[in-house]
Every structure is written in C-alpha cells, then in structure tokens.
Unconditional design. Structure first.
Length: 256
C-alpha cells in the first residue's frame, strides 16, 4: 500500500473508532445505591437503563439499614421488598411515566416533563473514574445537589431527575433524607436494552394527580388497619403516617 493511501485509511479508522466510542457512551446501564431517610432509614439497589433519548430507572428492594428501638412499633405493614417502581423518561414525547403494580394491576402515571432550573457551580469531583460537575435545583419541595459527568452526554439521572448536559451520578437533597450514588457504569448498544426502555402493554394509564390520590388512599387504609391493632400507649413509627415532608415529593404543581 502506498503511503499516500495509508494515511487517509488510518484517519478513517481512528474516526470510526471515535464515533463508535461516542455512540456507546450514549447508551448503557448504571447501578446506584439509593438511601432514604423518610421516617425509616432504608436502602435499595437500583438500576438505570439509558439510551440517547429515553431512560428507565428501576427501583430495587428497600431494606431497613437502621433498626428502630424496642419501644417503637413499625406499623407500616406494606412489604418494602415488594414495592417496586419504574420511572421512564421519554424525551421525544416530553413525558415521564411512573410504573407500579398495585393489587395485581399495573398502573402507569403520566406526567409532563418537569423543567428543572439547574444552576451550574464551579466545583468538580471524581465519581467512579468520571469527572463530575456540580449543579443545584429545586424539585417538588426539595432542594437537590447533583453531580453529573459530561463524559456521558445524556440528560438523564436517577429517579425522575434529568435535564443536565451529562449523566447524573450522584444526587442528594439538602435535608440528607435522599442520597443516590452510582456504583457502576457500563456501556452497551441501545438495541440490547430496548425492551427496558418501553412501557408495559398491560398498564392502565392515569394522571399523576390520580396516582398520588391512589397512593394516599392506600396509605390511609393501611394506617387505619394497623392502628386498630396497637395498644393506645404504644409509640408509633409509620411511613404512612408521616407528613408530606417525609415524602420524596413534598409538593405538586397543582397545589400552588
């Protein structure tokens, strides 16, 4: 091969390799540890599947990480290990979906894209080998700090959080009640996770407001049933009894 033919070939190979690398970094799987202190201190292992224009965050089993004292009775009789939710973000449709099975029926709560007002700060740190930048924003009554990496150029993150120019690898609220941090990031071709990014066929679509009201109704029924079984003098600790400040979402748009 002549030299003048060789150099363009090398350039083409390098360009193709770079293009493939960039493409792979726009789809993948992230494993997160999700810590919550909303009345009870719990932890779950969660997974985010993402492509260039959509993502699905799958919550794992929440287990208690700090036992309550002997004088406190936990009356939340929901099995935390069976409460699993998925949160799907679809950029082309500008919608977010919460998927949950309740009493053997799958519900899909549909809500509009939330417009985060992120403020970018001049701070960086490393998470899992990725250089991350700091940003802050409010979301439904909580103030969050997010660390995102522009090395992974997608707009997604854990739970419902999105809208930054890079993948969010850590998220924490200012009350230290919610803390989500990535433990592992792997890149795969988008067609290998395509099914993870699609809505279930058998789900019943409802509005976010209807979903919140459904959850409140379930909590009220559970609380009433559990309270009836307790001695009056017993101290009570209950996730269901907790006020709105002990919910992930403290306030909603229709309440303003």
């Amino acid at each position: 091969m002549k030299k003048k033919e060789f150099y363009p070939l090398v350039i083409l190979i390098l360009f193709s390799a770079t293009l493939v690398s960039q493409t792979l970094k726009r789809s993948g799987i992230v494993e997160y540890d999700f810590y919550q202190n909303l009345g009870l201190q719990t932890k779950a292992n969660c997974v985010l599947y993402f492509s260039e224009d959509r993502s699905t965050f799958v919550e794992g089993n929440f287990d208690m990480v700090k036992p309550v004292d002997n004088n406190t009775k936990v009356i939340d009789d929901r099995d935390l290990s069976k409460i699993k939710k998925q949160f799907l973000i679809n950029i082309p449709e500008k919608q977010l979906f919460t998927i949950e099975e309740i009493d053997e029926e799958v519900f899909i709560a549909v809500e509009k894209f939330y417009e985060f007002k992120w403020k970018l700060l001049n701070e960086t740190k490393k998470i899992g080998g990725f250089t991350c930048k700091k940003a802050v924003s409010e979301f439904r009554g909580r103030n969050y700090t997010a660390w995102f990496s522009e090395e992974i150029r997608v707009n997604f993150g854990p739970w419902k959080i999105h809208g930054l120019p890079g993948l969010i690898l850590e998220l924490k609220d200012d009350l230290q009640q919610i803390h989500i941090i990535a433990q592992n990031v792997s890149f795969v071709e988008s067609n290998k996770i395509k099914e993870k990014l699609e809505l279930p066929d058998n789900g019943k679509k409802i509005t976010l407001k209807e979903y919140v009201e459904l959850q409140q109704s379930i909590d009220d029924q559970m609380l009433k049933r559990a309270m009836s079984r307790l001695p009056k003098e017993m101290k009570v600790s209950s996730m269901s009894k907790a006020s709105r400040k002990n919910k992930r979402e403290v306030s909603y748009e229709w309440e303003k």
